[in-house]
Structures are given as structure tokens and as C-alpha cells.
Design a binder for this molecule. Structure first.
Ligand SMILES: Cc1ncc(COP(=O)(O)O)c(C=O)c1O
Length: 282
């Protein structure tokens, strides 16, 4: 099931070709994207997602169609989704730099997709993760803006390769580490750990993507009296924590039960508490 909208709000056939072969998004992965959860017609964290799309475009020095165009396309997809049979949708916003050698006009679309059974199972049962080196230092972002650290670019081939490596090692998630051994993020998620009544995550200054789901969780947790902290922590903290989660828009707050083959602490009540906190935003 796919519902595809152009930025003028037109619904088009998702099976018909949309991009030219010389579009820079096709030939170089030169573009940006967002994935948003829409539940019961409500897009979650739409403001933070559109803000992040703008930040990514800024880091890419790329023109971005106006916000109203994205909002129009989002609404068109929502209006055409079969909500009676499918109460959840993963909504992708994609924007490429446009034609190679062209006038720089970006090309964008919004596409709604079903949330797969595999994702629902991970939400429910948790995941086994492996730590993998990401190969950069946590202070590289400021020094090397051309590496586009913390931008959500279309060049996710490395992230997907890391997921295949996890599968080859008998796991289904990855926790990337920096050259100093600190925790970065997952290929498509933010790492959050609990230490007593404190929730801790890695700072975006380390070059990770600022997560909208982690942001929503921390917002609700603070309201409920939790302490939240955004600071660098070593991979060893994963094994000492009271719980480890991978947060992302579609996977939500997924518990990690095993890291590098070692069982880590899981507490079903704590997991329910954090999931309920996240959901209390909507
Ligand atoms: C690299 C990376 N980090 C973190 C996230 C989590 O972000 P969000 O919670 O906004 O989906 C994503 C989302 O896909 C991601 O690709």
C-alpha cells in the first residue's frame, strides 16, 4: 500500500515513474528526507520533522521548497489514506537537489506506506543489537561540515550496510560508536538509556541526528519528574544501565534486550512507563 503526493498536493500513481535518470538524488543520493509516523490521521512531531528537514537542507546548501508545500503534500497523503483499514502510516518526505546540470530546482514528494509486521514485532518484543564502529570522532561535526554529520541525507547505504552486518551477527539493530568509544546512535534511531530516575542520550554536537522521538519522550519524562541529560557516554554504560532503548518515529521506543550477545537489564514496568510517557504526548 502506497499513497504518493507531489508538493502541489496532486495524488499520483505510486507505481508510475516519477524521477528522471539524471536526477542527483538518483545518481548521487544527493538529497534529504524525513520519516514521520501518522496515527489516526495525526502526524506526530510534524513541526520538529519539518524543522529538521530545513536544517538538513541548510547543511546541504540546498534549496528547499517552502514549508506550506510540504504541509500540503502531507495533508493530501493523509486525506487519501485508507484509515478504516490501516490506522497507522509511515510518511516519507523526500527532496533531491534536482537535475544534474539543471537550474537547481529541488524535486520532492510525500509518500505514505504501511507499517510492517516486522516493525510491530520489534516494538512489542524488543531487539538484540550489536555495537559497530562508525569511524568518526565526536568532535568532528564542527570541524568538517562537508561530512554532513547530523543531516538526514538520502545517502543511507552505509546505515543499511550496518543493519546487514548486524543480521550477519545474529542481531537486528546497531549501536554505532565513535572513535573514542562513546555511543553515537543507531542507523535509523536514537539511543536512550535509563540510569535510576535519569534518562540519558547522546548530544547532536557529536554528529548524530537530533531525534524527534527522543525529544518527545524527554519532554513527557520531564513533565513526569524524570531527570533528562544530553551528554556523551561510553559504550560500557549500555551494560550498566537500568534499560536501553532505540527511539525512532516508526519503531517508537523499542527496548534493547541483548548487546553484543550479552543480555542487558530489561524491566517490563519501566518499558511500559516510558512507552506510556511517549504516547502521552498524543
Ligand atoms: C540516523 C538516525 N538517527 C536517529 C533517528 C531517529 O529520529 P526520529 O526519532 O526523529 O525518527 C533516525 C530516524 O530515522 C535516523 O535515521
Amino acid at each position: 500500500m502506497r499513497v504518493l503526493a507531489l508538493l502541489d498536493g496532486t495524488i499520483v500513481d505510486p507505481q508510475a515513474p516519477l524521477f528522471r535518470a539524471d536526477d542527483l538524488g538518483v545518481t548521487r543520493g544527493d538529497g534529504i528526507f524525513e520519516t514521520i509516523l501518522v496515527a489516526d490521521r495525526q502526524p506526530r512531531e510534524i513541526g520538529p520533522h519539518l524543522d529538521r528537514l530545513e536544517r538538513s537542507a541548510g547543511l546541504m546548501q540546498m534549496e528547499l521548497p517552502e514549508r506550506a508545500a510540504w504541509e500540503r503534500a502531507v495533508q493530501a497523503v493523509i486525506d487519501n489514506w485508507p484509515w478504516d483499514t490501516d490506522p497507522e502510516m509511515a510518511l516519507k518526505l523526500v527532496c533531491t537537489r534536482g537535475i544534474d546540470g539543471g537550474d537547481g530546482t529541488p524535486h520532492g514528494f510525500a509518500m505514505g506506506m504501511q507499517v510492517g509486521e516486522d516493525t510491530r514485532r520489534k516494538r512489542r518484543d524488543g531487539v538484540a543489537a550489536v555495537t559497530l564502529e562508525r569511524g568518526y570522532a565526536p568532535d568532528l561535526k564542527e570541524r568538517a561540515p562537508w561530512l554532513l554529520l547530523s543531516a538526514k541525507t538520502l545517502s543511507y547505504a552505509v546505515n543499511m550496510a550496518a543493519m546487514r552486518e548486524a543480521e550477519a551477527r545474529g542481531a537486528e539493530e546497531v549501536i554505532f560508536t565513535a572513535t573514542d568509544g562513546s555511543v553515537l546512535e543507531g542507523p535509523t534511531s536514537t539511543v536512550v538509556i535509563a540510569q535510576g530516575k535519569t534518562l540519558l542520550t547522546t548530544p547532536p554536537s557529536s554528529g548524530i541526528l537530533q531525534g524527534t522521538t527522543q525529544g518527545a519522550l524527554f519532554r513527557a519524562a520531564e513533565r513526569a519528574g524524570w531527570r533528562t541529560e544530553v551528554s556523551k557516554f561510553p559504550a560500557s554504560s549500555l551494560f550498566e544501565a537500568d534499560g536501553v532503548w532505540m527511539c525512532s518515529s516508526v519503531r517508537l521506543v523499542t527496548q534493547v534486550h541483548t548487546i553484543d550477545g550479552t543480555t542487558v537489564k530489561t524491566d517490563p514496568d519501566l518499558h511500559t512507563e516510558l512507552t506510556d510517557l511517549y504516547e502521552s504526548n498524543y
